[in-house]
Design a protein around this ligand. Structure first.
Ligand SMILES: [Zn+2]
Length: 55
């Protein structure tokens, strides 16, 4: 199972920032725009805002 970049399934794509509407359509965009780590799904699920809105 090498394709499981969202193994936990806690984040669904596309994902949009509820504040500014920034949307990530791929896992790469998600990491770039939102800073999610696919390996830490627990904390990622608590960070729905993008990097800009969280800063
Ligand atoms: Zn945002």
């Amino acid at each position: 199972m090498h394709r499981g970049f969202f193994m936990s399934g806690s984040i669904k794509l596309p994902h949009s920032c509820p504040k500014c509407g920034e949307t990530a359509y791929t896992a790469v965009e998600l990491q770039e725009k939102f800073g999610y780590r696919t390996t830490s799904s627990k904390s990622a699920s608590n960070q729905s805002w993008c990097k800009k809105c969280r800063s």
